[in-house]
Design a protein around this ligand. Structure first.
Ligand code: NI
Ligand code: MN
Length: 227
């Protein structure tokens, strides 16, 4: 059994049978987070891209827990320079087994930088827990047709998809992403954190569940979903 806890925005903790990973740990500056960076003790941190609302507290959590950060190449180099305990570089197409689970980087249609420094490709991540549950975190992205290819090679149990718009998909594009990805369930993310990305998640849930077989799980910050 795996458990996904929504910290808020795009930050989630994925708990497998013995290990957990933190994806995009934007916590201390996150206006909706209910926890502090000191409260989380994952086995690893996975980053989709370098924007402040995804890199977040990755460096301090890596140091405090003596855990690796796994990230796209240029971002991993940057994390190493910033003092991460360990930085592991990957890039789209890569698939690697760790003791905490398998990490597969996919493409995303977005940018990646921090305070003006270019940080390589923005990515999505397919993470398989140490007990075999497959979770796709798209990162920030526009809808793209190759989501269909991600579904062909990965039987997705849960997809975490942005619906906020402005910097990534609106609910309309996220609905089409659900059709392409064919996950068992979807958790909408990256909305209602700031006024510019306010969205009606209940309307998204109603629309997706009316038009597809996919279940939409709306999580408030701090809530979890077991799969
Ligand atoms: Ni971004
Ligand atoms: Mn973002």
């Amino acid at each position: 059994m795996a458990k996904v806890t929504f910290i808020g925005h795009s930050a989630v903790e994925v708990q497998g049978s013995t290990h957990s990973v933190l994806i995009d740990p934007f916590i201390s500056e996150n206006p909706v987070a209910q926890v502090a960076p000191e409260d989380v003790h994952p086995s690893a941190i996975l980053l989709t891209h370098g924007h402040f609302d995804h890199l977040g507290d990755a460096i301090s959590i890596s140091q405090a827990n003596e855990i690796p950060i796994v990230a796209p190449f240029e971002l991993a180099i940057f994390c190493g320079e910033q003092g991460a305990h360990e930085a592991v570089d990957m890039n789209p197409g890569g698939r690697r087994k760790f003791d905490f689970g398998e990490v597969h980087f996919t493409k995303a249609f977005h940018s990646s930088s921090f305070e003006g420094r270019y940080l390589g490709h923005a990515c999505g991540i397919v993470f398989t827990t140490d007990d075999g549950k497959v979770i796709y975190h798209s990162g920030d992205t526009e809808l793209f047709g190759d989501m269909e290819l991600i579904a062909r090679f990965n039987a997705i149990d849960l997809a975490l998809l942005p619906i906020g718009g402005n910097w990534n998909m609106t609910p309309m594009e996220a609905m089409e992403a659900v059709r392409l990805l064919k996950p068992k369930a979807v958790v909408p993310i990256h909305y209602d954190t700031f006024p510019v990305i306010e969205q009606d998640a209940e309307a998204f849930k109603a629309a997706v569940e009316a038009e597809t077989e996919v279940k939409v799980v709306i999580l408030k910050p701090g809530e979890s979903y077991e799969l």
